[in-house]
Design a protein around this ligand. Structure first.
Ligand SMILES: [Mg+2]
Ligand SMILES: [Zn+2]
Length: 194
């Protein structure tokens, strides 16, 4: 049977949004992120990072550097007893100088491509999954894949909340940060079981 997952945006959700980091030492991981991921692991959710990385298409970092950064990030979480099960990134940018990345792709959030790829690879039940992020496009992506979106107020969360007010689908659940988002998921799962 397919399993529900928790999808996480990266910048502004797990780590501070600092522009276009290309090296691990430029990442500032939010202090509560380790515990949040540990709790999701313990609850049996695959934890899947879905991230728009147009910095690749813009020429700010290479795909190899991005892969290396995610590898280091995964190891930093592992060192804290937390497991990030997979990373899915969109490297494209419609105005990229490199034709390889200058495409109207289907994987730039809010389009559902990254979620559909993860669902196929990891046998996920998207309808029972959650998407946690700090931008309107994260909420839209969550809805596009049929998951439950949760908006965090770290990163660009406050702007996103205003943007989403008048949008079809209405306001998503809004919480302070990733830690609170995970608390909300675990409380919902618990009440669904009882
Ligand atoms: Mg973000
Ligand atoms: Zn893409």
């Amino acid at each position: 049977m397919n399993r529900p997952a928790v999808f996480l945006d990266r910048d502004g959700t797990i780590v501070d949004d600092t522009g276009y980091p290309s090296r691990f030492d430029q990442l500032r991981i939010f202090p509560r992120s380790f515990e949040a991921v540990r709790l999701l692991n313990r609850a049996g959710f695959p934890v899947v990072v879905v991230t728009n990385q147009s910095g690749v298409g813009r020429g700010y970092l290479t795909e190899a550097e991005l892969a290396g950064l995610h590898d280091r990030m995964g190891r930093a979480f592992a060192a804290e007893g937390a497991r990030l099960d997979a990373f899915y990134s969109c490297p494209h940018f419609p105005f990229s100088p490199d034709p390889k990345y200058r495409i109207d792709c289907a994987c730039r959030k809010p389009l559902p491509g990254l979620g559909l790829r993860a669902a196929a690879d990891l046998s996920l039940d998207l309808a029972r999954s959650y998407m946690i992020g700090d931008k309107a496009d994260d909420v839209r992506f969550g809805r596009a894949i049929g998951a439950t979106p949760i908006l965090v107020l770290t990163g660009y969360g406050r702007e996103a909340r205003e943007k989403l007010e008048d949008e079809k689908g209405g306001a998503p659940a809004v919480v302070a940060d990733l830690g609170e988002a995970v608390d909300l998921i675990l409380a919902r799962e618990k009440s669904a079981r009882s």
